[in-house]
Design a protein around this ligand. Structure first.
Ligand code: AMP
Ligand code: ZN
Length: 689
């Protein structure tokens, strides 16, 4: 299952870029960051990740110290996105047109209407702002913040001189208008040329400028605003459609992109407009990262409602990622935590989607061969929703005679050990390989694993290189004095790391298992194993029996009929073979005994289960969108009540909980005669304690 892996990778990327953002050195545009978070949320939903385990979706959007914060009367939500990565309930990729079609049909169904007017607008890539006007005068300007409350930037907005502070002809009442503050590209270029240290891009630049405590000089930036929405009003007569609202804003003296909008009753036509707009995009004097498709009739909005994340009145279309040609100068090979060798493209630096790219992953050697990538080639680079730059393809028409094929190495480039092949990958089999040791320890200390406070990548590298740490227990044996001797570490930070290590000792078995970077053991598998075996001792004892072909042990994982699942839920035979062989290896046993020696807790943390009779021991399958609960939330409640949640319907299923657009699981339930219930019925069962 690639999903888990991708989720872990996304987690790492998001954390990395969030830290860079906080340090004031963002490496990617915010739009690319948002893409990552969106992709993460989508994947986490698809995988049913518990909300408590998720990254905070509001990363990097916190309030700025020194600004007054106020709560938004109407939350400033995100928009749902049409995504090239979306899959339907059976796992098949879902084309954008089908996604939009499904969205549109659903809205019509909810409204019980056959025809519905849509309006398509550019999605301006600036920072959103809420503007409160009373009797036509600007009272307050607030950032989106975390969506519930934002920072007051009235002074800054006033100082710009380009955001209307008076709305013509509005003598009475109050109104909150939503708009986008943006930096026109020409103004940005002009302003940037006057700086010693140029700003990365207009969006980040604009955000930074608007968070200047002292607004002096803001009038010279040329930053402006677009108005696009009315959040609420009192005592002001407002238009009934979005299209009229935009024209009304123009009459009031605000800047709007009325000339850029398109109205239609056809989802197909709306999508076509979005796709064609790409060519128009390059001619605009502002960045847009996509289009927004909205229902035009504002009186319908209150019937449509929203999730906590996005409203149902609109959906965003994102432009396909930028693709740039550059020259492949060479190929390097890197060694990962499990010893996997990955070819890395060394590129002539090229500016793609907001950053300069000079390295890109080539994934694996089979892929390299398939794409027929040769050194000296002109390759096309893209970042997609993912942040890791990718070599998409070779421009063969540009191939020069001297272009060289790359031969996969026979030996590890770091330690020289002869490589082994497994499936499409090549591995360095030497667990003591310095690169592997570093990567493994970084992973062990990371937040999803042992979450050792203060033990970041740089420090791990130092303790490996300078203090000779080779295994996880070695981290716990470090003395504060040793740590303090390292670069950029004082006595105080050393003590913080020591405290972090002490705290990490108590995280429990599933975190330890996650941290060991055993193939196929991600967070969920680690929890399943820990939950089932309870102690490292029992787990290792079982691994020994499994590897020795003990029938009983094998039966627990994979009963004779291979389509059925064993006692350990979700563990298929092939995966089990790999996991228990690795667990039974001398290297892993040594790690466990080392950890036991230094006092790391190797027992499972008990999950808090308060059994509900109607649910305990019963197996549930969830399908479709439930009216109020997220599926993950429902799953969590079922588990907390002692029930089980399974991903597929079988004879063992007791209940299928079906929401809207339930998919094939419902058909299967009906075919097998399994009881199908709705969310209300589930809540009733859960309440019957
Ligand atoms: P996102 O943050 O990507 O989920 O998108 C929501 C944000 O898009 C809003 O907070 C606005 O700041 C921004 N936006 C830009 N242009 C528009 C538009 N035409 N309509 C609605 N939102 C827009
Ligand atoms: Zn090696």
């Amino acid at each position: 299952m690639g999903g888990r892996k991708e989720l872990e990778q996304l987690t790492e990327e998001i954390r990395y870029h969030e830290a860079a953002y906080r340090a004031g050195k963002p490496e990617i545009p915010d739009s690319a960051f948002d893409d990552l978070v969106d992709r993460y949320e989508q994947l986490a939903d698809a995988l049913g990740i518990d909300p408590s385990e998720r990254l905070d979706a509001q990363l990097g959007q916190e309030h700025t110290a020194g600004f007054e914060t106020v709560e938004h009367r109407v939350p400033m939500l995100s928009l749902e996105k049409l995504s090239p990565n979306r899959r339907d309930s059976s796992g098949e990729p879902m084309p954008i047109e089908d996604q939009l079609d499904a969205w549109f049909r659903r809205r019509k169904k909810e409204l019980e209407i056959d025809e519905l007017e849509l309006i398509v607008e550019p999605k301006v890539d600036g920072i959103s702002v809420s503007l409160l006007y009373a009797r036509g005068k600007l009272q307050r300007a607030v950032t989106r913040g975390n969506g519930r409350s934002g920072d007051v930037i009235t002074k800054q907005v006033r100082r710009l001189g380009t955001v209307p502070v008076n709305l013509d002809g509005m003598a009475k009442g109050e109104i909150e208008i939503r708009g986008e503050i943006y930096w026109p590209l020409s103004e940005f270029a002009r302003f940037n040329a006057t700086l010693d240290k140029p700003l990365i891009n207009p969006r980040n630049g604009c955000a930074g400028m608007m968070k200047r405590k002292d607004p002096k000089g803001l009038e010279e930036t040329g930053i402006r605003s677009f108005f696009y929405q009315i959040a609420w009003e009192e005592g002001v007569a407002v238009p009934r459609t979005q299209g009229e609202t935009l024209r009304w804003f123009a009459d009031l003296g605000a800047e709007v992109y009325v000339s850029e909008v398109f109205e239609t009753t056809s989802a197909e036509a709306a999508l076509e407009y979005c796709e064609k707009y790409q060519s128009r995009r390059e001619k605009l004097d502002y960045d847009i990262d996509g289009m927004v498709i909205k229902i035009d009739d504002l009186s319908l909005y209150s019937h449509l409602g929203s999730t906590g994340h996005h409203p149902f009145w609109g959906i965003a279309y994102k432009f396909p990622p930028e693709r740039k040609p550059t020259k492949l100068l060479g190929i390097e090979v890197s060694v990962g935590k499990s010893g996997k060798l990955t070819p890395i493209a060394i590129l002539e630096p090229v500016f793609v989607s907001g950053t300069t790219v000079s390295r890109a992953s080539l994934h694996n050697f089979v892929e390299l061969e398939r794409k027929d990538v040769r050194i000296g080639d002109t390759v096309l680079i893209e970042k997609a929703g993912e942040i890791i730059p990718q070599v998409v393809e070779v421009d063969k028409s540009q191939r020069k005679r001297g272009a060289r094929r790359f031969v996969p190495p026979d030996a590890c480039p770091t330690c020289g050990t002869e490589v082994v092949s497994e499936e499409i990958f090549i591995y360095c089999p030497n667990p003591a390989c310095p690169d592997q040791v570093r990567e493994r320890l970084r992973h062990f200390a990371s937040r999803n694993a042992m979450d050792i406070d203060g033990m970041g990548a740089v420090l791990v590298d130092q303790v490996v290189d300078k203090l000779g740490v080779r295994a996880p227990d070695g981290l716990f044996r470090l003395e504060a004095d040793q740590l303090a001797s390292l670069e950029r570490m004082g006595q105080k930070s050393a003590e913080r790391v020591k405290a972090g290590l002490e705290a990490a000792k108590g995280r429990g078995l599933s975190r330890v298992l996650t941290g060991l970077a055993i193939r196929h053991v991600g967070e969920t598998m680690a929890e399943d194993l820990a939950g089932y075996f309870k102690t490292a001792e029992a787990l290792l004892e079982f691994a020994g029996r499994y590897v020795a072909d003990d029938d009983e042990a094998i039966e627990m994982v994979a009963p004779a009929r291979s389509t059925e699942r064993g006692a350990i839920e979700g563990l298929a035979r092939k995966t089990a073979d790999s996991i228990f062989h690795e667990l039974n290896s001398g290297a892993v046993r040594d790690v466990f005994s080392g950890l036991a020696d230094v006092g790391v807790d190797l027992t499972a943390k008990a999950a808090t289960v308060k059994t509900v009779d109607a649910v305990a021991g019963k197996t549930f399958v969830l399908t479709g969108t439930l009216p109020t609960m997220k599926r993950t939330e429902a799953a969590q409640k079922i588990k907390a009540a002692g029930g089980k949640v399974s991903g597929s319907v079988s004879k063992k299923t007791d209940y299928v909980v079906a929401g809207d657009e339930p998919g094939s699981k419902l058909d299967k339930a009906n075919a097998l005669g399994i009881e199908v219930i709705d969310e209300d019925a589930l809540i009733a069962l859960l309440g019957a304690g």
